[in-house]
Design a protein around this ligand. Structure first.
Ligand code: NAD
Length: 506
């Protein structure tokens, strides 16, 4: 009864206007120098949620200067690890305290169903706790004896001010996935959040402010990618850029970072295959295939947007897919029963619906659920199947980033591996079979950074996250973030004997 009332209450807490958002620079919430602002719209109603301070070069310069000063002169990089981790764990605790508010803001801003953003807030807190543990237990170097003449060892130092640029899909989870390791390793941060989803980034600034991190350690500049983002990337005092977003943006950032020889990490787009063989547990494969593309409104980098079905099971699988697609609950993102919400904005809605038109022109049978009449003011695209697709179609090659599944038939293992790999992306892949040898064989043959066998996308934070080909360069997660990206290894050679030194000129 109590549970039911709580669910009802959160369903009632609907779409409200939010206070306007300022920049967070050097420990203060401030307006941009120009006073310029941009509008943040609701994906559910397309009404104004609030106005956001629009940062430009001036704000980036100030934020970078603050982060540089905090790194060079402040206590952050010099304090004991255990002391720094108290701040990191305090951030996690504050996220837990604000979990309900965070999931509400995330759903309000992005249209993601509240039942799904609830898990994200918990995961975001875990990102901080995880990196606190990692830094305390795994941030160690190597040591070698060299012929009893030298001891050589490595130490890992933070880089300095780092720029983090994040997308609008699952923004709080993805942002904390970068901020936690960056801060835990002793760097200072300038975050440029996606302009379409500023609410939870601002909440993170409030949380970090409350956790009383030294000023300048964490800064946020809100603004557009081509201006604020590009200025951050080009700034000579920024040591590294960690980016998650579209593949084309990733290449623009790499080019822009070249003049200052910046370290970059790229988490980019995907067009991931899910392969179902005829010996698979098809009921579980069905659950995973449906969840993998229709959860998070289909705006998910690792979504199984291409589903390959063995010809022996195709007809029954498609029949079951059609039933699911018709039954997926489309609704208000604030309703805990909603499974599919509206897309982030009108522009993205037009992109996704444009691809559905292309699918028709390419000869697919389009099968969709129905958007209820009362939701038509939102950016809703119903769960959509593109049936009888072939892998060479545009809709099977390009990232649509919406609740749209292309369904493709195959006959042999060789054929499906070739299809899976005949795409520019290589982020994730899913293989369903009860033949254990084939499962491993196919998973190893698919060109992707992350494969799951007989599983949906379940993450292990200790394992590297990222893609190959056009899906990215580098990895996040586990020790990759702390030892390979956010720190620089330094080698110390110590002579412990009197090795021979050539005596030139003697
Ligand atoms: P996007 O590339 O349009 O924007 C991402 C961020 O980059 C935003 O903050 C934006 O303002 C900024 N930006 C844009 N142009 C820039 C420039 N020239 N210089 C610097 N910054 C710039 O991506 P999006 O539409 O926000 O996100 C969706 C994309 O992200 C999809 O392609 C999705 O697959 C990808 N994604 C990948 C992963 C992963 O881990 N591989 C995770 C989530 C999302």
């Amino acid at each position: 009864m109590l549970e039911q009332r709580t669910a009802e209450q959160s369903a009632i807490r609907k779409h409200t206007k939010q206070p306007d958002i300022q920049q967070y620079i050097n420990g203060r919430f401030v307006e941009s120098e120009s006073g310029a602002r941009f509008v943040n719209h609701s994906p559910f109603t397309n009404e104004v949620i609030n106005h956001v301070s629009k940062g430009s070069k001036m704000e980036i310069d100030k934020a970078v200067a603050a982060a540089k000063k905090a790194f060079k002169e402040g206590p952050w990089g010099k304090m004991k690890v255990s002391e720094r981790m108290k701040y990191i764990e305090r951030i996690a605790d504050l996220i837990d305290e604000e979990a309900e508010e965070l999931s509400y803001l995330e759903s309000l801003d992005t249209g993601l169903p509240i039942a799904q953003t609830r898990n994200m807030a918990a995961r975001a807190a875990e990102n901080f706790r995880f990196y606190s543990r990692m830094v305390q237990t795994r941030m160690h170097g190597e040591a070698y004896m060299q012929d009893n003449e030298f001891v050589n060892y490595t130490v890992y130092s933070p880089l300095g001010p780092v720029g983090l640029i994040t997308p609008w899909n699952a923004p709080f989870m993805l942002t904390t996935w970068k901020v936690a390791p960056a801060l835990a390793t002793g760097n200072t941060v300038i975050l440029k959040p996606a302009e379409l989803s500023p609410l939870t980034a601002n909440k993170l600034a409030e949380i970090i402010h409350k956790a009383e991190l030294p000023e300048g350690v964490f800064n946020i500049v809100h603004g557009f990618g081509e201006t604020a983002g590009a200025t951050l990337v080009a700034h000579p005092d920024v040591e590294a850029i960690s980016f998650t977003g579209e593949t084309v943006t990733g290449s623009a950032i790499i080019k822009n970072a070249a003049d200052t020889l910046k370290k970059t990490s790229m988490e980019l787009g995907g067009k991931s295959p899910l392969i179902v063989f005829d010996d698979a547990d098809v009921d579980r494969a069905l659950d995973a295939a449906v969840w993998g593309i229709f959860s998070f409104n289909g705006e998910r980098c690792t979504a199984n947007s291409r589903v390959f079905l063995h010809k022996n099971i195709k007809d029954t699988f498609v029949k079951a897919l059609k039933e699911r697609v018709q039954n997926i609950k489309i609704g208000d993102p604030m309703d805990p029963a909603t499974q599919l919400g509206p897309l982030i904005d009108k522009g993205h809605f037009e992109k996704v619906t444009g691809y559905i038109e292309i699918a028709k022109e390419e000869g697919c049978e389009v099968f969709q659920g129905t958007v209820p009449e009362e939701l038509k003011t939102g950016n809703y695209v119903p769960a959509t199947l593109l049936l009888n697709a072939t892998n060479d179609m545009k809709i099977a090659q390009e990232e649509i980033f919406g609740p749209v599944m292309a369904v493709i038939e195959f006959e042999t293992e060789e054929e499906v591996i070739a299809y899976a790999n005949d795409v520019k992306y290589g982020l994730a892949g899913y293989v369903w079979t009860n033949d254990i040898k084939r499962g491993h064989r196919v998973a190893q043959a698919v060109e992707a950074g992350m494969l799951w066998i007989n599983a949906q996308n379940v993450r292990d934070l200790r394992i590297p996250f990222g893609g190959m080909k056009a899906s990215g360069i580098g990895r996040e997660g586990g020790h990759y973030a702390i030892l390979e990206f956010y720190t620089e290894p330094k080698v110390i050679h110590v002579a412990i004997g009197d090795h021979r030194i050539p005596q030139f000129g003697k």
